[in-house]
Design a protein around this ligand. Structure first.
Ligand code: DC
Length: 228
């Protein structure tokens, strides 16, 4: 982006495409900061669930999002002073996050916070609308894809390593519900920006994904030379 906002690299795509890992590791390689915007929607969902706020009551959820104090520091996120980094990964929060992410007022609030986070920063940001809505002028945009089965298997492994055993069939079903919500909502639906580079991660390793992304960034954006 232009002066004042630093350089923003966007990575969008559905869950299970390796976006978070790719964004975090690309940011490390470039010496940029990293923003996980899904964690923001998750934190709002977690806050609503833990306070018994009805997710179908859009005004209440928006009101909560407007006064919530979110703080993001690389991999850590806190809500109203409480570290919720682990709690927001629970399956019920995952599903609730796609509900709150479809609410216009919540999105407005999160988009404003995301732009604020980019102010004066070189940043890699990942989500669903980063290249299309939040940073349409970003000089380098990526859209990651992978087959539904591979995405579900990655999620299963991720949950297993966090001590949660969830059948693959259930993960596939929930993934389908979330994809439908994310892709078909009227506001900021999940889709690639017209100028995004599409990367299919189905059959390549994370290292290969990151190397590809880094090559594209370095060919398009003037950066200091790599130091190692
Ligand atoms: O990437 P994730 O699974 O942590 O995202 C959680 C939910 O938030 C998911 O349903 C998509 C939604 N989301 C969004 O709508 N816009 C973003 N920029 C990031 C996430």
């Amino acid at each position: 982006m232009t002066a004042g906002t630093g350089i923003v690299i966007t990575i969008d795509g559905p869950a299970g495409t390796g976006k978070s890992t790719a964004a975090r590791r690309l940011a490390e390689r470039l010496g940029f900061s990293f923003l996980d915007t899904g964690a923001m929607y998750r934190a709002i969902a977690w806050g609503c669930l833990s306070r018994g706020i009805d997710l179908t009551h859009h005004a209440l959820v928006t009101g909560f999002a407007q006064q919530a104090q979110l703080a993001l520091d690389e991999g850590m996120i806190s809500l109203d002073g409480h570290n919720v980094s682990e709690a927001i990964r629970m399956p019920q929060v995952t599903l609730a996050a796609s509900q709150v992410a479809a609410i216009e007022g919540v999105r407005e609030q999160m988009v404003a916070l995301q732009r604020q986070a980019a102010c004066g920063q070189n940043m890699v940001t990942e989500g669903r609308d980063q290249g299309t809505i939040v940073f349409p002028e970003a000089p380098c945009k990526f859209f990651l894809t992978a087959s539904p089965l591979v995405r579900a298997k990655r999620r299963e492994a991720q949950l297993r390593s966090a001590g949660q055993i969830v059948p693959l069939e259930e993960i596939l079903q929930q993934q389908q519900i979330r994809d439908d919500r994310d892709e078909n909502r009227p506001i900021a639906p999940l889709k690639p920006a017209p100028d995004a580079t599409i990367v299919d991660t189905t059959a390549i390793t994370f290292d290969e994904v990151i190397t590809q992304l880094e090559e594209v960034v370095r060919s398009r954006v003037p950066l200091p030379a790599a130091t190692c």
